[in-house]
Design a protein around this ligand. Structure first.
Ligand code: GRF
Length: 220
């Protein structure tokens, strides 16, 4: 067995705080893989600064004319780029475009996303604002496998975050992101170590049934 690190590609559009958390975990040996490449669809994405600061290769991908999706041409270029860098698993970290068959077929069961709500509640844009407007007491963050639906793929892990009196979108987003920066690297490590199976919508982690159940916990 070779002990080569699994090569990961990260896709981002924005500030890049999740990319930074993943990169720092990789550098500390806590991710179970190494980040081979950051791809952004906006040349000015803050994630690029985070990559430069850490000497991680970055690449701008011209996404094509549509605002919410990659053009089929761009998606093909993206697959080539990821393959050229030896990427095995793709991590979406604030990537603001829908993913389609070209990428999903090239990396089966190996594209992961993080979303700032407890899915299936509040998919799509501005999830913290949706949670506030709905008046929920608890929201959170979800790490899930990506399929062709909007934020609808099988759930790998979730963390709950309370909505506090006086919260606005900014304070709630900040608290959710702090939870994301812990949950995403931890879940990626667990995924790379034990490659769970998917049955229907449910994710089955190998060995999970053998763990002693904590009092009051639900077996998965
Ligand atoms: C995160 O909250 C993530 O859940 C969502 O987009 C946001 C990206 O933030 N998909 P950042 O660019 O990682 O700071």
């Amino acid at each position: 067995m070779g002990s080569e690190a699994i090569r990961l590609g990260v896709l981002a559009s924005g500030r890049g705080s999740n990319f930074a958390a993943l990169a720092d975990a990789a550098r500390a040996g806590r991710l179970g893989g190494e980040i081979a490449l950051l791809v952004v669809d906006r040349a000015e994405a803050g994630a690029c600064q985070e990559a430069r600061r850490r000497s991680i290769p970055e690449q701008f991908l011209d996404p094509g004319p549509k605002r919410t999706r990659l053009s089929p041409e761009a998606e093909k270029r993206l697959v080539r780029l990821l393959r050229d860098h030896g990427v095995r698993v793709v991590l979406l970290a604030g990537f603001m475009r829908m993913i389609h068959e070209d990428l999903l077929d090239a990396f089966p069961m190996s594209v992961i996303n993080i979303h700032p709500s407890l899915l299936p509640a509040f998919p799509g844009l501005e999830a913290p604002r949706q949670a506030l407007e709905h008046g929920v007491a608890i929201t959170g963050t979800t790490v899930h496998l990506v399929d062709s639906s909007l934020d609808g793929g099988p759930i790998l892990a979730q963390a709950a975050v309370p909505v506090l009196p006086g919260d606005d979108v900014q304070t709630l987003t900040h608290r959710i992101q702090a939870a994301e920066h812990v949950l995403y690297p931890e879940t990626v490590r667990r995924f790379l170590e034990s490659r769970p199976k998917v049955e229907g919508r449910r994710v089955i982690w190998p060995g999970a049934a053998a763990l002693p159940a904590a009092p009051g916990s639900a077996a998965r």
